[in-house]
Unconditional design. Sequence first.
Length: 108
Amino acid sequence: MYAIFEDSGTQIRVSQGDVIDIDLRDLGDKKKKLKFDRVLALGDAEGKKAAKIGTPYISGASVTAEVLEQIKGEKIDVIKFKRRKGYRRKTGHRQSYLRVKIDKITGG
């Protein structure tokens, strides 16, 4: 079974047991579980059943994930340049992510 859910403006397709990186958020004290309830679609991995598509979300469906760790992504270079003006700026950025493992997909 797979699910497509929305988180921080992105749509993510997951199956049970997948490990994904999502945007960092404040979890509070020792919270180890996350629940995503904006499920857009549910489907069967083998394709035996028809997929269930929400309008826009499926009511009662959710994806539960366990928080593994906080990580940093790859470093990117941000370069500003204007030709013939002597203007150059170079900075870097590393985005923080939350690595989670998908525990359970429940359908409504």
